[in-house]
Design a protein around this ligand. Structure first.
Ligand code: FES
Length: 137
């Protein structure tokens, strides 16, 4: 594990990188305030805490699939997807073996995590707003 850039003990460091922007956030495990979007310590919760836009049309209650992310590292530190999440993921665009819902995948221990926001959802991050239908063509 790389040394933290903040004064965080190495054994408590959580580092999450959001791709493709490569934006990395760091915090001490167990200290993140809950922002009431998705499960506590979910990728959506982490994103909300750090001003990173991850779409979450249903507010993080596993009722859409707009928070779809692809896990690139740290999968073993996450909760397993339950039946509700798997059912919802079946409705997600471009589902992959490493697909998770950002509001349901919870970080359970310190470590390095990398998630990619799928291509079809990237402009949400870059622009901070949804695309119009005309822009998507
Ligand atoms: S925000 Fe709706 S399922 Fe995650």
């Amino acid at each position: 594990m790389r040394e933290p850039t903040k004064n965080i003990p190495a054994d408590k460091l959580v580092r999450v990188t959001f791709q493709p922007e490569g934006r990395t956030v760091e915090f001490e495990f167990g200290t993140l305030p809950y922002e009431h979007h998705g499960k506590p310590m979910s990728f959506l919760d982490v994103a909300e805490n750090h001003g990173i836009f991850l779409d979450h049309a249903c507010g993080g209650v596993c009722a859409c699939s707009t928070c779809h992310v692809l896990t690139k590292a740290g999968e073993t530190g996450l909760t397993a997807a339950d039946d509700d999440e798997l059912d919802r993921l079946d409705m997600a665009a471009d589902q992959q073996l490493n697909s998770r819902l950002g509001c349901q995948a919870v970080i359970t221990r310190p470590g390095d995590y990398v998630v990619e926001i799928p291509k079809w959802n990237r402009n949400y991050v870059a622009e901070g707003k949804p695309l119009t239908l005309a822009e998507q063509k």
